[in-house]
Design a protein around this ligand. Structure first.
Ligand SMILES: Cc1cc2nc3c(=O)[nH]c(=O)nc-3n(C[C@H](O)[C@H](O)[C@H](O)COP(=O)(O)OP(=O)(O)OC[C@H]3O[C@@H](n4cnc5c(N)ncnc54)[C@H](O)[C@@H]3O)c2cc1C
Length: 269
């Protein structure tokens, strides 16, 4: 990539085939209206969209960068903001060492800039609000999961029914925990924080990787365990390949039926 800002996009032809869902999702140019530093390596970009359409928690957008010589790069980013926040999407991007798109977004994209996006996409790793959900995420894997918490909170405020959820949120340290303020504030009752490199002063949990006892209480309460005998909960697991592989194995070991676990992997396999 060069250092130039992405060129303005060409909107797809109106003759473009409508996808099976019936929704048109052309490339569009949003405007970045806010940039927030979430952790030392992650920024949230709030993007205003003229052709916004409601998304489901768990869905993602494509972001496309175009260099002056026509070279293009695109990557998927989950939506962090709830669909109840209309007209915008918030994308939280973890900056990877030598990351082409994440590095560019972090270094060059600021408030007022155009950003070319397309979405929302994803029809399987989505929470529709009607089933209990155990959410398990690490690092940037928390992005689609915080959308679930935010959407559920907005639904409750609006007096709409919403199934119970719980988030098991992993990070190396409190400083690196995505949305730490919200997860230890407004969503504290719905969150179990798992810090692998730091004792957690708030909960008293000693430093260490995800363990069975981080998952079991919420899994049991939500009916996610085969042995719980309840109506059952869906499990949404998201993060890097090593994290999701280890967590999926642990979930099955504690008694979560493998078929109820939906996994979204962000990194290389
Ligand atoms: C459905 C979906 C949703 C996603 N949502 C988010 C999100 O909300 N926030 C977010 O930050 N990312 C998310 N990602 C990952 C994102 O699409 C990019 O893969 C990531 O930003 C890296 O792109 P890059 O161009 O910066 O790195 P690249 O230039 O593509 O890669 C740089 C180096 O990092 C490695 N790498 C690539 N991706 C990852 C990764 N995720 N973890 C560890 N190493 C990696 C590559 O192998 C390479 O060595 C999502 C991915 C998918 C498929």
């Amino acid at each position: 990539m060069t250092d130039a800002l992405p060129e303005l996009p060409q909107l797809d032809s109106p003759r473009r085939r409508v996808p099976p869902t019936g929704a048109k999702r052309p490339w569009q140019t949003g405007t970045v209206t806010e940039v927030r530093q979430e952790t030392p390596h992650a920024k949230t970009f709030r993007v205003q969209l003229e052709q916004w359409q409601p998304h489901l928690p768990g869905q993602n957008y494509l972001v496309r960068l175009t260099a002056p010589d026509g070279y293009r790069a695109q990557r998927s980013y989950s939506v962090a903001s709830p669909p109840e926040d209309p007209g915008v999407v918030e994308l939280t991007v973890d900056r990877l060492p030598d990351g082409e798109v994440s590095g560019y977004l972090h270094e060059h994209v600021a408030v007022g800039d155009p950003l070319e996006v397309r979405g929302p996409f994803g029809g399987w790793f989505v929470w529709r609000g009607d089933r209990p959900a155990l959410l398990v995420g690490g690092g940037s894997g928390l992005v689609p999961l915080v959308c679930v918490l935010r959407s559920r909170a907005a639904r409750l405020v609006a007096g709409r029914d919403s199934a119970p959820v719980h988030l098991v949120a992993a990070a190396r340290t409190r400083e690196e925990l995505f949305y730490s303020g919200e997860l230890t504030g407004a969503f504290a009752d719905l969150t179990t924080a798992v810090l692998s490199r730091e004792d957690d002063d708030a909960s008293g949990r000693p430093a260490g990787r995800l363990r069975a006892d981080d998952l079991l209480p919420a899994a049991d309460r939500l009916g996610a365990l085969r042995a719980s005998g309840g109506p059952g909960a869906d499990v949404f697991l998201c993060g890097s390949t090593p994290f999701t592989t280890a967590a999926e194995q642990l979930l099955v070991e504690v008694g979560v039926p493998a078929e109820s676990i939906r996994v979204e992997r962000f990194g290389p396999s």
